[in-house]
Design a protein around this ligand. Structure first.
Ligand code: ZN
Length: 317
């Protein structure tokens, strides 16, 4: 696979898959020549902005000398143009809840079922005031729900980006979402939480692969963000619609096969795969995070470029 110059910037505001309430799934994405971001999932916002600012990841965002805001506030108020929520589970929306009283007006893009969950179960004046524009009155109208339909690209006002949503299976009670982000004719794929097709008894990952095969063949996919929540020895019955290193690489090998059936071993070589959502626990003797890292490297017979997302870093893709 030929390496094209970076077209996207990603700053993870939160990268872990649980336990640490200050480091949950949220990824700022901008076109590489822009400082105007979309935020994919919103598990952690404020802590992630502070960590990113401290790490210098916003050093090229100009803070006007007369700005009444901190750099983090400037980024959130003026450079985050909208949220994309893969599903409504708390580890993907907690940061949004906490940010909402001091946030500025923004769209929340999601598929209909996810918007419905946010409206009925979160921003409903029971769990939290209704900061959105529909549902239980009064609506505070900070956020505007914008429905995404599978396979139909949506332009994001204030950015050069277009985003297309695709459903992902995430157990019997909710669907998750993959977002295909386009800048011009170059692409990035973000996958929300999902389990293996074989365990989920659905084909949502396989269907998604069909969409990205032509992009991979023409060298226009700059990376895939995908979860690996658990270590390999987790039984399938205990996956709760998540992936292990072995299951992820089974899926990637199926993708490679579709990209180039004659030479699947090299079909994805050099592709950046950003690993998200590893679930830490409280084990002192067998912490899962380094184990997932090791197992992913052991599984990697495709030559993909594994990148373990870290809170506040700046990734060029
Ligand atoms: Zn999650």
């Amino acid at each position: 696979m030929s390496q094209s110059p970076p077209r996207f910037v990603c700053i993870p505001l939160g990268a872990a898959g649980g336990r640490d309430e200050g480091n949950l799934s949220a990824y700022l994405i901008a076109a590489s020549d822009s400082h105007d971001f979309i935020c994919l999932d919103a598990g952690t916002i404020a802590t992630g902005l502070a960590v990113a600012a401290k790490r210098g990841s916003f050093d090229d965002v100009s803070l006007p000398s007369d700005s009444p805001l901190t750099l983090e506030g400037e980024v959130l108020h003026h450079h985050v143009k909208g949220y994309f929520i893969s599903h409504g589970y708390l580890d993907h929306v907690e940061g949004l809840v906490q940010a909402s009283p001091t946030d500025t007006g923004k769209p929340i893009f999601a598929m209909a079922g996810v918007l419905d969950d946010l409206e009925k179960h979160l921003f409903n004046w029971k769990l939290w005031p209704n900061f959105a524009d529909r549902g239980v009155e009064p609506c505070l109208n900070i956020y505007r729900y914008e429905e995404l339909r599978a396979g139909i690209a949506k332009t994001v006002p204030g950015t050069p980006l277009r985003v297309t949503a695709y459903p992902l299976s995430h157990g019997p009670h909710t669907d998750s979402t993959a977002f295909l982000i386009a800048s011009g004719d170059e692409y990035l794929l973000y996958m929300g939480d999902t389990g293996p097709d074989a365990v989920e008894q659905r084909n949502t990952t396989g269907d998604l692969w069909e969409v990205i095969v032509p992009l991979l063949r023409s060298g226009r996919l700059h990376g895939i963000f995908v979860e690996t929540s658990y270590i390999n020895n987790r039984p399938d019955a205990q996956l709760f619609s998540h992936l292990t290193p072995r299951w992820l690489f089974r899926a990637l090998r199926q993708l490679a096969e579709r990209v180039d059936a004659a030479a699947p071993q090299t079909a994805l070589a050099g592709l950046t795969v950003v690993i998200t959502h590893i679930k830490p626990d409280f084990s002192a003797t067998a912490p899962p995070v380094p184990c997932v890292h090791r197992e992913l490297h052991e599984e990697n017979d495709l030559g993909v470029q594994l990148h373990f997302a870290e809170q506040g870093e700046k990734i060029l893709l």
